[in-house]
Design a protein around this ligand. Structure first.
Ligand SMILES: Nc1nc2c(ncn2[C@@H]2O[C@H](COP(=O)(O)OP(=O)(O)OP(=O)(O)O)[C@@H](O)[C@H]2O)c(=O)[nH]1
Ligand SMILES: [Mg+2]
Length: 192
């Protein structure tokens, strides 16, 4: 009976995941490439961007699953407003400029502060190590270590190297499948 109950719960979770809309926020420091990533997802092209004041929001559908994706401006003066986007967020995408070694400690501080917020307790984290086309870019492993991702015991996370200009490193379907797997296999299913 226990196994049957678990199977029913898992199936319900999968169906709910597939047919409901999910809220995603894209955060990271200014110039990390967040807006470029959002529109690369949508248009499959590198669009010309300017610094985001406030946010951009787009709905992205992957088969029947819809994601409401908020791209939030990363300038220092805007970071205090990030928390107004946290409510009901299921997936946090943190974009890192992999060439920006100097500000990685600032990113780390922002990430850990953000994940301490009660509205993000159930959110999964996808870190995109962007700008891999640039010389001297840090690897995904280096970024993972500098951000101390392994200390994120309360959150499911995954780090992925990518290049927003070419779209290399994140095939949209694949990325959301990863989000689905980390969110449901590690949290919702196992801890039910
Ligand atoms: N070489 C390279 N440049 C990139 C890449 N992704 C983004 N850029 C460039 O980085 C700059 C900043 O990109 P945006 O997408 O506007 O950055 P953002 O994170 O949205 O910045 P804010 O809106 O200020 O928070 C632009 O000139 C992009 O063309 C990448 O993968 N490689
Ligand atoms: Mg932007």
């Amino acid at each position: 009976v226990g196994l049957l109950f678990t199977c029913v719960c898992v199936s319900t979770d999968i169906l709910l995941f597939l047919f409901l809309e999910h809220k995603v926020i894209i955060v990271g420091l200014d110039n990390a490439g967040k807006t470029t990533i959002l529109y690369q997802f949508l248009t499959k092209e590198a669009v010309q961007t300017s610094p985001t004041i406030g946010s951009n929001v787009e709905e992205i559908a992957v088969k029947k699953t819809r994601f409401l994706v908020w791209d939030i401006g990363g300038q220092e003066s805007l970071r205090a407003t990030w928390n107004s986007y946290y409510c009901n967020t299921e997936i946090v995408i943190l974009v890192v400029d992999s060439t920006d070694r100097e500000r990685l400690t600032v990113t780390k501080k922002e990430l850990h502060r953000m994940l301490a917020h009660e509205d993000l307790q159930d959110a999964s984290v996808l870190v995109l190590a962007n700008k891999q086309d640039m010389k001297n870019s840090m690897s995904a492993a280096e970024i993972s270590q500098s951000l101390t991702l392994s200390s994120l015991n309360a959150h499911s996370w995954h780090v992925q190297a990518c290049c927003a200009l070419t779209g290399e490193g994140y095939v949209l379907d694949w990325m959301f499948i990863v989000c689905f797997l980390i969110q449901f296999c590690t949290k919702k299913v196992l801890y039910k």
